[in-house]
Write a protein that binds this ligand. Structure first.
Ligand code: SF4
Ligand code: SF4
Length: 447
């Protein structure tokens, strides 16, 4: 099996984003490979752990991928402040005589946004509505590389590293089987330290808010990397929970057209024709088909306009999300400028320092939490979604009652379709098959 086949067989998808199947992304031949180790969202620690503790595997995987895609240059981009990780990486790179270069970035948000990263590292801009491939770049991340190393050893994706912090009694870095209930992860971190809490799945800027029902029903997927427990009335929760009708009404009546949302928008600053203040100014008077709304399709959902920039407490991000949904229902794609763009000359001065962002988000009290040593969580039951990725859901290849081994393929991507295989993350027996496959652990079956 060649590398791409091994990646496909192992069911690898982008570990830190929307879950694009990696075997498809790595088919390209490009000039530059960038591995994202920026750990873009505030508070997260998972990628730092991988760079520090799985350094050799990470470096080997980057070298393999660099060869596979024919890239002349490979960069591992991380923040200057990751002193320990830089030290360990430099030592490993030197020992191996590796050609991989570390690219050190300031501590700003969103340093890890794919298109911001391409500009930071290469000085090239991805065309609006485009992908890094158009700039001769492939971007992947640290977690995906570690999974590729495992795939070469014939180990599929069965586990996920997850940071659990915030209002928990013992913040933890966990390695959990995919399909582990979110609730179990919070319990493994000592449980919630407060009454009445929510959890943010992912980072505080782009993550999803989970209430009691979600916490009880959602499971860890291949793309998850963090759970942050916060009070139900936390600033981020209140902002992200505002009903859409209220947001639209507020936008119509309260936007003062100060354009802070535009002036701090990272996509606008790399030159893309995205001006959220124009969208906010038009929402009261123009129909959804008006061309001013088409630019919402190139918003990356970073949340700066909503959680940092707007002095009126408005949410251009959610308005953009609403417009994107409406345009997609009508089958309208991005129709704006798609050619080369010129970054804004003030960009360097408008990067958002992460410390200031954390203060604005009301998360300072969690910045010094230590997650300690990695803990491997054992669970008795997992519920593994057949769709954890962009594309079609995997098709089950097991039946209820079948015994399965950890790592056994239980769902496959159909030939010719975009998707990814899924594998049993514990040894046990298949208990149910639906949009997810439920496995009861072997011990539980015997009892
Ligand atoms: S920052 Fe807020 S008030 Fe200012 S233009 Fe944007 S949405 Fe309107
Ligand atoms: S969420 Fe706001 S700041 Fe971020 S890309 Fe979209 S419009 Fe720009």
């Amino acid at each position: 099996m060649d590398l791409l086949e091994k990646i496909k067989h192992a069911g690898i998808v982008g570990a830190g984003g929307a879950g694009f199947p990696t075997h498809v992304k790595m088919k390209s031949q490009v000039e530059i490979l960038i591995i994202n180790g920026a750990e873009c969202e505030p508070l997260l620690k998972t990628d730092q752990y991988l760079m520090r503790e799985r350094t050799e595997e990470l470096v080997q995987a980057i070298e393999m991928v660099q060869r596979e895609i024919g890239a002349e240059k490979a960069f591992l981009a991380l923040k200057k402040k990751y002193g320990k990780e830089i030290e360990v990486l430099n030592k490993t790179l030197k020992n191996r005589g590796s050609r991989i270069a570390l690219f050190l970035m300031d501590n700003f948000f969103p340093a890890g946004d794919e298109q911001v990263l391409v500009y930071e590292v290469t000085g090239r801009t991805v065309p609006p509505g485009g992908i890094p491939l158009q700039a001769q770049v492939v971007v992947s991340n640290v977690g995906t590389m570690v999974n590729i190393y495992e795939a070469v050893q014939d180990k599929p994706v069965t586990d996920k590293y997850v940071t659990v912090l915030g209002e928990v009694k013992q913040p933890k870095l966990l390695k959990v089987p995919i399909g582990t209930p979110v609730k179990k992860c919070i319990e493994a971190a000592g449980g919630a330290a407060i009454e009445g809490f929510c959890a943010i799945m992912g980072g505080p800027m782009m993550g999803q808010i989970m209430d009691d029902f979600d916490i009880g029903n959602q499971v860890i997927k291949k793309t998850d990397g963090a759970i942050i427990v916060v009070p139900k009335d936390q600033y981020i929760v209140k902002r992200k929970r505002t009903p859409m009708t209220h947001i639209i009404n507020q936008s119509k009546s309260a936007c003062i057209q100060c354009r802070f949302c535009t002036d701090l928008c990272p996509r606008y600053l790399i030159g893309h024709p995205l001006r959220p203040h124009k969208i906010m100014g038009a929402i009261a008077t123009k129909s959804i088909e008006d061309e001013v709304f088409n630019q919402a399709l190139i918003c990356c959902d970073c949340g700066i306009c909503e959680l940092y920039a707007c002095p009126m407490g408005l949410s251009p991000r959610l308005v953009n999300g609403y417009i994107k949904g409406e345009l997609r229902k009508k089958g309208i794609a991005y129709q704006g400028e798609k050619g080369a763009v010129v970054p804004n000359e003030t960009r360097e001065y408008r990067k958002i320092p992460v410390n200031r962002l954390i203060a604005r988000l009301g998360l300072e009290k969690y910045t010094h939490q230590k997650v300690g040593e990695l803990e491997e969580l054992q669970v008795k039951q997992v519920t593994i979604p057949l769709q954890q990725h962009i594309g079609a859901a995997a098709v089950p290849v097991v039946s209820v009652g079948d015994p399965v081994e950890k790592g056994q393929c239980i769902g496959i991507v159909e030939e010719g379709k975009l998707g990814a295989n899924v594998h049993a993350s514990i040894r046990g027996r298949i208990a149910a098959i639906g949009p997810s496959i439920e496995i009861i652990g072997e011990q539980e079956v015997m009892e």
